[in-house]
Design a protein around this ligand. Structure first.
Ligand SMILES: *Cc1c(COP(=O)(O)O)cnc(C)c1O
Length: 391
């Protein structure tokens, strides 16, 4: 592949975090306020914003989506006898959070059209030990979320949304992240809205709010103390340190101001990719994601291409790289990972997961990409021609 030669062009990274410029102003204000640890003014502003957006009982800022997922596992009081169902096609934190509580994880396959957990497979995997289904809203989408919510409701088990990628997407008028009893968001620099590192736990089930506050505050009733409800605070529960500092919250607050702009811009870029790919005769070699479905508003988090073969995907990625455009695969499956195999958990056949992992690539998508859009289109065309002429 190194022998390929293309005209020199500047590097186009896969991701470039959006910074509006207002971040510094709010951080400066936080510094002057004299309160820089968690739970200050900017944390409150962000939490109220999220509660309004989701119509949630409570939103709690955390220092990562990983932390929010760990809080979910603590909140569900899982033990060794409990099972949780989740996709293998996901980020490692989805599984780690529940493994840390010694729960048994059952990985199930995804739907080829959405790359989200397949409700049919979920329904087959549910048994008397199942306590929760963890739905990962892949690429910030999940057209089967209503179905999953109903399935969980009928079996009296929890639905938890790993909505790390889904802030800004709605389905039939409801935001992704408002369907589960609990949902988690990431503000990592690779996500649409970011604070470098950051996250939030969205609590839609009011019966979980009280314990979530204890867990967030290191297992103490400090939240009640801060509200003047108790005269001292003490150790009352299992918990840990999950708060972000006010510096992070101030940065995040600036990003919320541009939430509409960020989401609209990414969605427009997503549609440009979609139309560009469809306008060529490449459908025998690559498939695009589904277009937005009826009632679905997407947040433009990921635009991916699914190749027919791994060799085509790898060749495409290296041709793109030679032209300065960085495209990346997604998710080494968890079910066949060294750690999962070391747990003796090896009886899986998840063909759609394996296929997505070996044939999918993600194209750059970030605010400011317009300035290199022509270079990207040229690179994609040259790379697709290279893939097709290899056959
Ligand atoms: C990004 C991501 C996470 C982890 O988010 P952090 O904020 O980095 O902890 C978890 N799950 C999914 C699906 C993600 O995309």
């Amino acid at each position: 592949m190194d022998s390929l030669e293309f005209p020199y062009s500047p590097n186009i990274p896969f991701n470039r975090p959006f910074v509006s410029g207002k971040e510094i102003e709010f951080i400066d204000d936080a510094c002057k306020s004299g309160h820089l640890s968690g739970c200050g003014k900017y944390t409150k502003k962000c939490e109220v914003w999220l509660e309004d957006y989701f119509g949630a009982s409570r939103a709690l800022l955390t220092h990562s989506c990983t932390a929010a997922l760990e809080m979910c596992a603590l909140l569900l009081n899982l033990s060794e006898d409990d099972e949780v169902i989740m996709p293998s096609y996901t980020f490692v934190s989805t599984a780690n959070a529940f493994k840390l509580r010694n729960a048994k994880i059952k990985f199930v396959d995804i739907c080829p059209q959405t790359l989200c957990i397949d409700p049919v497979r979920v329904s087959e995997a549910i048994n008397s030990k199942t306590r929760a289904v963890i739905a990962v809203n892949y690429a910030g989408r999940n057209p089967y979320i209503y179905q999953l919510a109903e399935l969980c409701h009928n079996h009296s088990i929890y639905l938890v949304e790993d909505n790390a990628q889904g802030l800004g997407s709605t389905y039939k008028g409801r935001p992704l992240g408002s369907f589960g009893s609990l949902s988690c968001i990431s503000f990592h620099e690779t996500k649409n809205i970011s604070s470098g590192e950051g996250g939030a736990l969205i609590i839609n089930d009011p019966s979980l709010v009280h314990r979530a506050e204890l867990i967030l505050e290191k297992g103490t009733n400090r939240s009640a103390f801060n509200r003047g409800e108790v005269d001292k605070y003490t150790w009352v529960s299992l918990g840990s340190s999950y708060l972000p500092s006010e510096i992070n919250a101030a940065f995040l607050w600036a990003q919320f101001h541009d939430f509409g702009y960020i989401t609209r811009t990414r969605t427009r870029l997503w549609m440009s990719y979609y139309e560009f790919i469809l306008s060529h005769d490449w459908s025998d070699f690559v498939k695009t994601p589904l277009p937005p479905q009826e009632g679905e508003i997407i947040n433009g988090h990921i635009f991916y291409l699914m190749f027919a073969k791994t060799t085509h995907r790898d060749y495409f990625n290296s041709c793109m790289k030679s032209q300065g455009v960085h495209c990346v695969f997604h998710y080494v499956p968890l079910h066949s990972s060294p750690f999962n195999l070391s747990l003796g958990d090896s009886c899986y056949s998840l063909p759609i997961t394996d296929q997505a992992s070996s044939c999918l690539t993600r194209l750059p998508i970030w605010i400011g990409l317009d300035s290199c859009w022509d270079q990207i289109k040229t690179a994609v065309t040259i790379s697709m021609n290279a893939v097709m002429s290899e056959l």
